[in-house]
Design a protein around this ligand. Structure first.
Ligand SMILES: [Cu+2]
Length: 141
């Protein structure tokens, strides 16, 4: 029985390594999606949240104009969220999106840059959703 322990440990480690390799292999960036500016000057787009993705995952917006994103979850059980944070403080968005729910999040980016979009939900001890590939980016021009 004791001889099984190293085997079990190596299998667990291999599974963990595979999880992270898999996340690294996920397409982190898809084609840039320029968010259209409506007649009222608001940049609007709808994003579909699934386990574990944002579609579209690469948003391009203009600084100084309000952004209004409709976040639609298509999951049946798993809750997700939508986080964008500029470490320098120009942007701080954190919105929960329950399973099957649709919520609208509004913000106005002020500073050009590329900021990660991600979901930090996790079912311990599993990797976070971001680690599983639930990541995108916001490019502010
Ligand atoms: Cu998530």
């Amino acid at each position: 029985m004791r001889s099984l322990l190293p085997l079990i440990a190596s299998v667990v480690l291999a599974m963990a390594a595979r999880t992270f390799t898999y996340a690294a292999d996920m397409p982190q960036s898809v084609a840039p999606f320029p968010v259209p500016v409506a007649a009222d000057g608001v940049q609007r787009a709808t994003i579909t949240l699934d386990s574990y993705s944002y579609v579209p995952g690469y948003l391009v917006v203009e600084a100084g104009k309000p952004v209004e994103l409709t976040l639609t979850s298509v999951t049946t059980i798993t809750p997700h969220n939508f986080i964008i944070k500029d470490p320098a403080g120009s942007l701080s968005v954190e919105q929960d999106v329950g399973a099957g729910k649709t919520v609208v999040v509004k913000f106005t980016p002020t500073k050009p840059g590329v900021f990660p979009i991600y979901c930090d939900k996790r079912l311990w001890p599993m990797p976070s959703h971001r680690d599983k590939g639930m990541e995108g980016k916001l490019e502010v021009k």
